[in-house]
Design a protein around this ligand. Structure first.
Ligand SMILES: Nc1ncnc2c1ncn2[C@@H]1O[C@H](COP(=O)(O)OP(=O)(O)OP(=O)(O)O)[C@@H](O)[C@H]1O
Ligand SMILES: [Mg+2]
Length: 233
């Protein structure tokens, strides 16, 4: 179980304190899929960056079962099983896709295993294993390779920030299948996509740095257009 207690995140802009996350309490249960949605700028990416430790909390605590993650570095949180796929993947010069998959899974994968990870994100493995993970890959290819890394890592908690961004429709179908099959861990997906919202055991709607509403997709649906969320069918 992952528990967020009274999370706050402030930054400074033009010498003034700017509150971005304003007191968020949430509990994520094992084996469930959660989708965080809400208008642009509502704090979704900031919230997930606080969970993985890219940003430091201004106030509050994060617990993974009985372990307080709040003082732990990104690396230590990753070792505890937190896996993250960025809204905009970070590419590395001079690292091949197969090497990244090895790093993610913490062992040397044979070709068959590496291929399986790539195939499950809709990529034809032999075309990609020896390619560098750099800007020559298209945005959608980078995104899918990042998802394959998350699969290879097999974390206790998988966090995906807008995994659908830049992914074509054919792959999108596979993406939803992929998320429905990842039921052993806690999945936290930031998304505006109706098909992904429908997968959620719980939809969490943020607005202006706070939890505006929680519930299953049918409960939340009427409020999505009210808040002018960017809904894509
Ligand atoms: N370092 C910063 N300095 C100033 N403002 C920031 C900083 N980081 C984030 N913000 C602001 O905090 C708010 C939340 O940003 P965040 O990226 O979390 O939004 P989001 O919900 O992920 O939006 P989107 O749907 O566009 O991805 C935005 O208004 C953003 O401009
Ligand atoms: Mg975002």
């Amino acid at each position: 179980m992952l528990k967020l207690e009274n999370l706050h995140y402030n930054t400074t802009e033009n010498g003034k304190i700017k509150e971005i996350i304003k007191g968020i309490d949430l509990t994520f249960d094992n084996g469930k899929t959660y989708v965080i949605t809400g208008p642009n700028g509502s704090g979704k990416s900031t919230l997930v960056k606080l969970i993985i430790g890219i940003l430091n909390l201004s106030q509050g605590q994060i617990y993974l079962n009985d372990l307080n993650l709040s003082p732990l570095s990104i690396d230590k949180r990753a070792k505890e099983g937190i896996t993250f796929a960025f809204q905009k993947p970070v590419t590395f010069k001079g690292i091949k896709v197969k090497e990244l998959l090895d790093i993610a899974s913490g062992k040397k994968n044979n070709v068959g295993e590496s291929c399986e990870y790539l195939a499950s994100v809709g990529l034809c493995a032999k075309d990609y294993l020896d390619r560098n993970f750099d800007d020559k890959l298209s945005g959608g290819e980078q995104k899918r390779i990042e998802l394959a890394m998350a699969l290879a890592k097999g974390g206790k908690i998988n966090i995906f920030d807008e995994p659908e961004a830049g992914i074509d429709l054919w792959s999108f179908e596979n993406l939803t299948k992929l998320f429905s099959s990842m039921k052993t861990s806690i999945n936290i997906i930031v998304s505006h996509q109706q098909k992904i919202l429908e997968l959620a055991d719980e939809v969490i709607m943020l607005k202006d740095g706070k939890v505006e509403r929680k519930g299953n997709y049918q409960d939340i649906k009427p409020f999505l257009s009210e808040n002018k969320c960017r809904m894509l069918n």
